[in-house]
Design a protein around this ligand. Sequence first.
Ligand SMILES: [Mn+2]
Length: 376
Amino acid sequence: MRLLHTADWHIGKIVNEMSMLEDQEYFLDQLIEKLKTIQVDALIMAGDLYDRAMPSKEAVALANKVLTRLIQEVDLPVLIIAGNHDSNERVEYGADLLATNQLYIEGTVKEVTRKVTLKGVNFYLLPFADYAYIRELLQDESIKSLEDATRVQLEAIKKEMDLSEINVLIAHGYVINLTNDTSETTDSERPLSIGTAEYVSVELFEDFDYVALGHLHKAQKVKHDRIRYSGSILKYSKSEAVHKKQVSLVTLEKNHVEIEPIYIEPKRDMRIIKGFFAALMEQHSDDYVFFELLDENFVMDAMNQLRRRYPNAMGLEYAARKEREENASIMHQEHLKKLSVQDIFDDFYAHYKEKELTVEHKSIINNILHEMESGE
Ligand SMILES: [Mn+2]
């Protein structure tokens, strides 16, 4: 079985007020052309098909066009789950009918996780949902976090799973190796939960032959080659400018996985350019550029001037000034480390109340600190 693992298309995404739709259309067209030249048995989109729960009509039209071409022109089964950016119910519209044409879209979480079998390989489709929603659905009060919810869901899958078959899980979330976390996140991944841990331990996923993950925008494995993120199809934030985006071609046999990245040139790259304003104005580019100016002084109307040479300029900061400010802040932190807790509190009080602590107050604080230190 050969799979193309993709995720995080974020169709309709707007980065710094610029629509990525043209770039997405270009990329997906290229992907379709590529797929006509290689033999693949299924395409996976592991969540965040759209960037918003209410995608624009242009975004919906593009998704419609691309998915239709994948099915009709490439004759490729497509498996999609909802990510945390998608509306679970809306992406599931027409899903039962579409499944009769090899388009398997799982939007909402089900009591029994949906299993699709293609050429003898089992695919478990686990869309993203809030853990409170899953707790309600499964009527399981033990679910108090995303990790609990995922554990309960995966245990139910594993109970009926035939380990002699090839089993693939498609999921969307933040999976990490707790004993050695090397995960790399970016600025365009929206937090999955507020107030509780958003990550799930990789140990829960180890019984599957392959786990196709979505959510993290950088392509990366989690502990094992067979548990991985394909990453987003395009760069969606400044923090992703250094990424080399890919989709993952996965050759899968029982007890054997091979991964081959496929790189598709984007219509426009997203990159960071460092330099002096005058020198930058000598060049031009259509790329999405974040400027880091080395000039010491502010340049009047710099962004508008740069936009004449770089129509897709995304942002600008003064790197030299920023570095100096950061150094000052580090020095401040170093200074804080040398102070006692009592000193820091005195400072804080003086700053906040605009008057000094009295001797009496100081002794009260001192006593509290002593009690805390001795663990009473
Ligand atoms: Mn996501």
